[in-house]
Each structure stands twice: as C-alpha cells, then as structure tokens.
Design a protein. Sequence first.
Length: 152
Amino acid sequence: MNTNKIRRYQRIIQQLEELLVKTDFLYARMATVNALLYHKMDRFFWVGFYLLVNNELTVGPYQGPLACQVLKKNSGVCWTAINEKRTIIVPDVHQFPGHIACDSRSKSEIVIPVRNARNEIIGCLDVDSGEVAAFDETDALYLEKIVALTLG
C-alpha cells in the first residue's frame, strides 16, 4: 500500500471540500477537480470529464493535451466504464481492445462513471498516465470519492 499516494489523495479531498462549496455550477466544479488532480498527481498525463450529450460521449472540462472531442460509440475505455457501470483500470492501453488513442503518449488509464442525483450515469472522469500500470485500487477508491464530491 502506497501511503504517500493515500496522503496525497486525502489532502486533495480536503482541498476540494473547501473549494467546491463556492459554486453549484457543475462545469466549474469539474474544472477545479481537473486542475487540482492534474497539478498534484505527478503521473497524471491527462485528466478530464466526458459527458453524455445527445447519447454521445463529448469532452467536457479537462487538463492536459488536446482531447478527442467525441468518442466513438461503444468503443474504448470510457464507453466500457459507462456500459458496464463501473470503474475500469487499464494497466496498458495498447492491450485494451478498441482503445481510442487521443494521444499516443498515453500508456495506462482509469475511468470512473459519473452519476447524477438520480443515480443515472451522465459521463465519466477519465485519467491517463504516460506510465504503464500507473493506476491501482487506491486510485479507484479515491477518484470515486472525488467524483462524488464533484457532484455535491
């Protein structure tokens, strides 16, 4: 167990609890989460939200290099997380069937479904790393908590 990573996540959650009370506007909350994760977690290469808009996964607020604007339906890690309604950890994106390569520098990925107050999936938090096997169950646990905080 990586106690440094756990402490870092705990500090991020504490900061978010203080920051996210300032607005109810979802995009502002998402942008704040992205910025904090992107700048505080050194192995995070790209952090962003994809949102279901007209039954398409469309990029929302993010930090990092340019993103795919719309993800091919029912393909890739984000759609898998949404369709399976669970967090997906991919140690090596090049081994994931149907992976969508928005940036060739991405090596591993974690995707957390985002649910509204009615428990309906409205999108996902997508985090990429330039390192293989950068994510584990600790990341899943804390990123799920952060997604819940984002929605209030």
